[in-house]
Design a protein around this ligand. Structure first.
Ligand SMILES: C[S@@+](CC[C@H](N)C(=O)[O-])C[C@H]1O[C@@H](n2cnc3c(N)ncnc32)[C@H](O)[C@@H]1O
Length: 196
């Protein structure tokens, strides 16, 4: 698996495709390993890198459903996944996440939100009824270049994203029955666990 993951990292670098940062990888894998999920939902597949990592650290019978809007990326993800021992455990669905989410049914033990940053609030509201009793929701890039939790004014082009990510953090922190931890390495990852 390390050779395949290394090849994916090189491919992502070469084609300017954002995937989980090295700095985030250790904590990310540890959280998934501790949750030992049977069913995982990922919003934002790219080339399947984090989907494979989650499959590696999930339960033996893990099932990952991953959503990707771009057809070329979804196709590349399927190619890489087919070369792994997890080919029968991961399903990549192509289309807009908001549409695809309507077709899915829970329960999910882990959800990784890593797609359109302006949509995180919408995604969280949609997945909430599909979460299992001990579910963990991870959301990447929630600090967005340091603007989300600082007083520094973001450039105009980022204003909406920053506002929406602040709304996301506010939402998860105030949703009853959840505790949220913020991992500050990389671009910031919110980890919201359902309280047992
Ligand atoms: C940061 S990348 C995902 C990286 C991946 N999770 C990983 O770490 O290996 C975000 C992906 O979300 C996809 N995306 C963005 N908006 C989306 C949407 N509305 N529906 C589905 N996918 C979307 C992008 O095309 C992109 O490939």
């Amino acid at each position: 698996m390390e050779a395949l993951l290394g090849e994916m990292e090189s491919y992502a670098l070469e084609h300017y495709i954002p995937i989980l940062r090295e700095k985030e990888r250790h904590a990310f894998c540890r959280i998934v390993e501790e949750a030992k999920p049977h069913r995982i939902l990922e919003i934002g597949t790219a080339i399947g890198y984090s989907a494979l990592l989650m499959a590696m650290f999930g339960a033996e019978d893990v099932e990952v459903v991953s959503l990707e809007r771009k057809e070329d990326r979804a196709a590349k993800a399927k190619e890489f996944i087919c070369r792994s021992p997890y080919r029968d455990h991961i399903t990549v669905m192509t289309g807009d996440a908001a549409e695809l989410l309507r077709m899915l049914q829970g329960p999910f033990d882990v959800v990784f939100i890593d797609a359109a940053k302006g949509q995180y609030v919408r995604y969280f509201r949609r997945i909430l009824p599909m979460l299992s009793a001990r579910a963990v929701v991870l959301a990447d890039n929630v600090l967005f270049r340091g603007y989300v939790c600082s007083d520094v004014k973001p450039p105009r082009r980022y204003k909406t994203i920053v506002k929406r990510l602040r709304e996301y953090l506010d939402l998860v922190r105030h949703t009853p029955g959840f505790a949220t931890e913020l991992l500050e390495d990389g671009d910031g990852m919110a980890v919201s666990g359902r309280l047992g």
